[in-house]
Design a protein around this ligand. Structure first.
Ligand code: AMP
Length: 359
């Protein structure tokens, strides 16, 4: 467990592990509050480094390089959850690490995450741990079809998942998932998807943003609409209570994101991310305090800011791949805020930017 960090005086240095667009927007929020960010990332030119004071290039598993990095900063946070937990745990002796490494480790393993959520009053889809083809067949017998087989570790944006329509597909699914420890989940019949973005401060205070409805295309978030209406509005309080229980139980500091399916039986927990999240990008213009600013406030030991909406309705559109080429059109649209991440090549599926429209 970390020592209490703050408050850290403006002018202090935040160490950010990971150099993608989340780190970029966190660094911009940190700069607004007078902090300096050092980015630790393996890429040659990560997009967060364009807006930070320093970039240290290093592997996420390089203990020595990470320790050097930690010695030059006042607090460490991360924007990416697939960082090996071991080396990060070692850093906590040198400098506070927020969110704590227990939370990171939990969110890295779908099975532990679901067990933990069940232990705190949440309800995921019916699930079973699967570590062999025989176990997969047995679990399909119990859960039925359609079902989804997901790797326990390193899944994101719909990657590391295989859909199973019928029990006869077990062999194919086991090969496709790479014969690795997995979780089989029942396919949930849901009306809408939504997320809870909660921030928890070092003194335990929490704030929750209005729950956005999230629409995915090809397993990737395409649009978030806040506030989510209808069934999302009905279920956000129960989902928010669960997210708060989890954040409290973990002694969490920073922004925590929990994704849910709104089903006829109530909110079904899907997964959590121990970080700011794509479904919270709308908060930059759409909320009094953004997820990025509140994350920085939390890790620096400052009081949290108001999370209320600034507009009746807010819509965030992701600019994925070539969609970013349409950027001039957004500049001509009133109350549309264009964000481009400064990434080079617009490969299919690559998040190049987003637009937030206020209504
Ligand atoms: P994930 O990476 O687990 O968030 O999955 C990506 C997307 O796949 C989700 O946002 C859902 O649209 C869909 N999905 C994942 N798990 C399930 C499930 N158990 N039932 C129905 N749809 C799912």
């Amino acid at each position: 467990m970390n020592a209490k960090t703050g408050p850290l005086a403006p002018g202090s240095t935040i160490g950010m592990i990971g150099g993608g667009q989340l780190g970029r927007m966190l660094s911009m929020a940190a700069a607004q509050l007078g902090y300096r960010c050092h980015i630790y990332a393996p890429e040659e030119a990560p997009c967060a480094a364009d807006v930070a004071v320093r970039h240290i290039r290093g592997d996420y598993a390089d203990d020595g390089a990470l320790r050097d990095f930690a010695q030059q900063v006042d607090v460490v946070t991360y924007e990416f959850e697939n960082v090996p937990a071991g080396p990060l745990r070692g850093l906590a002796d040198l400098v506070p690490v927020h969110p704590n490494v227990d939370a990171l480790e939990l969110a890295q393993d779908r099975l532990s995450e679901k067990d933990y959520v069940v232990g705190h009053g949440g309800r995921p889809a019916h699930y079973r741990a699967v570590s062999s083809l025989d176990e997969l067949r047995e679990s399909l017998g119990e859960i039925g079809t359609p079902a989804i087989l997901k790797t326990r570790r390193f899944g994101y944006d719909g990657k590391g998942q295989v859909r199973i329509k019928d029990a006869g597909e077990a062999d194919r699914a086991w090969t496709e998932i790479g014969e690795q420890p997995s979780v089989l989940e029942a396919h949930v019949r849901f009306d809408k998807e939504f997320s809870i973005l909660i921030v928890r401060a070092q003194d335990g205070a929490t704030r929750i943003w209005d729950a956005p409805e999230n629409r995915h295309e090809d397993g990737i978030l395409a649009r978030s609409i806040a506030p989510g209406g209808g069934i999302v509005a009905e279920q956000k309080a129960a989902a928010g209570d669960l997210a708060r229980n989890i954040a409290d139980a973990l002694g969490y500091v920073g922004v925590l994101t929990c994704e849910f399916f709104a089903s006829a039986e109530g909110p079904v927990f899907n997964e959590m991310a121990p970080r700011v999240h794509n479904s919270g990008h709308w908060t930059i213009e759409g909320a009094a305090t953004s997820q990025f600013e509140n994350h920085i406030r939390a890790v620096c030991g400052l009081p949290l800011g108001d999370t209320s909406l600034t507009s009746e309705r807010v819509e965030m559109h992701n600019l994925i791949g070539e969609a970013a080429e349409d950027w001039p059109r957004w500049l001509e649209t009133d109350r549309a805020h264009l964000h481009l991440y400064g990434k080079g090549e617009a490969r299919p599926g690559r998040k190049m930017g987003h637009v937030t429209q206020l209504f």
